[in-house]
Structures are given as C-alpha cells and as structure tokens.
Design a protein around this ligand. Structure first.
Ligand code: SAM
Length: 329
C-alpha cells in the first residue's frame, strides 16, 4: 500500500504518456510550445507496463488514468490500454484528453478496455477557442465528445478552466450544453502550473464566482458530501438533480487532506503531488536493471515524503519547475 506519513493512501495513478500537445492553451503553454522531452527519455510501452503492473499488483493502485500532454498523440495507446486492462486485479482505466482525434479513437479505446473519459472544453465559441488554445479545433473537440458518448465511455466528463475576460462569461452556456448532451461538467480553478509562470491569484476565477454565476440561472444544491470521497470535485445537484455540476477549487478550496493520487511522468519520474518540488527517478533505476523490489521500495519512499498540502496558499510558495503539460494533469 502507498500510505504516506499523514495516513493518506494513494490508489489513483496518473500516467503521463507524452509532454507534447496539439493545443497551446494559454493557462498551460506558451504560443511557441515547449522544448519537448527527447524521445529516448520517454518510457517505452514495455517500461510503462512494468511500472503500472507493479503499482497494481504490489502497491494497491486501483485506478490508472492516462494523461499528458495530449495522450491521444501517443502511438499504440489502445494497445497500452489493453495491456493494463488485462492486469489482475484489473484497475479502472480512464483518460484525460482534449478530444482531438477521439472521433476516430473512441471506439477502439473502448474496445481495448477504457472505462471512462474526461474531455477538456473551455468554450463553445470557435473564436474564443482560437484565442484560448491558439488552434482552430473546436469542431474536432465537439466531434470527439460525441464519439466518446456514442462509444459508451460514459458518463463523459467535461473539464473547463475559466479565464477572466476570455471565457468567464460562458459558465452558464457550458453547463446548458453539457446538460443537453448528458455530459458531466466540472469547472477547475486555474492553478499556478503554466510554463510561462503567468498565473496571478487576483486574475483567477474562483469557485465562489463560478457558483455565483451558475446560481443566477440554476438552482444548485450541494450533493451528499459522503458521495465525494476523495474526488476533487465538489458536486452540486442542478435544479434538484439528477444532473450534477462539479467545482474543483484546487486553490481556494484545497482537498489535499483526502488526496489519493500519485503521478508518473512520461520520462519516468514519480511525483507525489502536482506541486511537488522533487521527483523520484524510476527510469534510471529501471534502466540500470533494478529488481521489482527495488522499484517498489522507491515508490514507497516517494509517497512517504508527500507533504500535507500543495502549498499554493503559503507565503513562500514556489511553482514547480515543470509545467502541467510535462507533469500530467
Ligand atoms: N491534453 C489533455 C487535456 O487537454 O485534457 C490532458 C492534459 S491537460 C494538462 C489536463 C487538464 O489540465 C485539462 O483539463 C486542462 O484544462 C487542465 N489544466 C492545464 N493547465 C491548467 C492550469 N494551469 N490550471 C488548471 N487546470 C489546468
């Protein structure tokens, strides 16, 4: 079990499959992109499968989420999903994606064993999409969402980051769109994880502001908190339910006390927190011929060092040197 010094147990493994992305969302990456990780530094499929197998069979991981960068850019993704789906005990397998290419990939991924999907969608306006993501791809994202639902990757969850003066007037329209299509919408507060270090607390659209905007059009009532468990989203019933909307207030309503996550970067570094300032190098150990026991021990040591909170609200907070796209969101 991956239990830390504060009694939290990590059961949810986030695996970044690549640091590359085909969008350039302003809250994540600069317009010109980033210097991508050199290919030899990326874990191969075999290396990934070995580490995930250890996590599932020896360390109590019950959920594996593939992310990035953009995970759909990873060649052979369906094969990877199939290998994880064949593990015993079988973990739940989910994917966080921007949805581009999902119109083609949703069915094969479902057939390979993918259980659930989260698609990022920040706007319904093609013009605002271009401004925010710096690519003209809204149509592809919407097609991807529809394909995910048609393939049975339900409930399809939608992740939205609101940016002041850009798309913060769209909270209600996005919720209406998701209600109409049967997607579960979750708003995520913008976090200090962009490569440009441009995050400003005063500019961030807060959970309170989002709730206020939604409450003007809908009647929101808090869902049973017992239902939340370690989920990051606070759920609200919309107009009495059963439809729900989630708010992930990572900055103003941190949920570190119930965090059950651990992250593996595409280059084989283990992180015990999105905001960790240190990483545990599994790749070097693995490539030096380490035994399973050695790898398991490194994993346990990494979790033991997990801090009680992410520290965003502490006076001396320092943003991690790696951006969200390289850590895996
Ligand atoms: N490319 C995939 C996608 O778009 O979903 C997976 C990786 S992306 C880093 C995962 C999630 O992180 C997306 O929903 C994205 O909106 C969110 N994200 C990226 N940067 C963020 C930030 N600075 N604050 C909050 N959420 C962020």
């Amino acid at each position: 079990m991956l239990t830390d010094a504060f009694g939290r147990t990590a059961t949810d493994l986030r695996v970044s499959l690549t640091d590359r992305c085909n969008l350039r969302c302003s809250y994540c990456m600069p317009a010109e992109g980033l210097e991508w990780l050199p290919r030899p530094e990326l874990l191969t499929d075999d290396e990934l499968v070995r580490l995930i197998r250890l996590a599932v069979t020896r360390l109590g991981i019950t959920e594996v989420r593939f992310t990035g960068g953009e995970p759909l850019l990873r060649r052979g993704l369906a094969g990877l999903v199939a290998q994880v789906a064949a593990m015993a005990p079988r973990p739940e397998i989910s994917l966080t994606t921007n949805g581009i290419g999902l119109d083609r990939l949703a069915s094969p991924l479902r057939a390979a064993g993918l259980d659930r999907i989260n698609v990022s969608l920040d706007t319904l306006s093609p013009e605002i999409f271009v401004r925010l993501a710096r690519r003209d791809r809204l149509g592809d994202v919407l097609a991807g969402l529809a394909a995910a639902a048609a393939a049975g990757l339900t409930p399809v969850k939608v992740n939205t980051v609101l940016m002041r003066g850009v798309n913060d007037h769209e909270a209600v329209a996005l919720l209406r769109f998701c209600l109409e299509h049967g997607y579960q919408l979750r708003f995520i507060e913008q976090m200090p994880l962009d490569a440009q270090h441009g995050w400003r607390r005063a500019e961030m659209v807060t959970a309170d502001e989002i709730l206020e905007a939604l409450n003007r059009e809908f009647s929101l009532t808090p869902d049973d908190p017992a239902e939340r468990g370690s989920a990051p989203a606070e759920a609200f019933l919309v107009d009495g339910g059963p439809a729900r909307v989630g708010i992930i207030g990572s900055v103003t309503r941190p949920f570190c006390g119930s965090c059950d996550r651990v992250r593996l970067t595409a280059d084989g570094q283990l992180r015990n927190c999105l905001f960790a300032r240190t990483e545990s190098d599994l790749r070097t150990l693995l490539r030096a011929g380490a035994s399973d026991d050695d790898l398991v021990q490194r994993w346990i040591d990494c979790i033991q060092a997990k801090l009680p909170g992410h520290g965003i609200n502490d006076p001396g907070f320092l943003q991690p040197s790696r951006p969200m796209s390289a850590i895996g969101g």
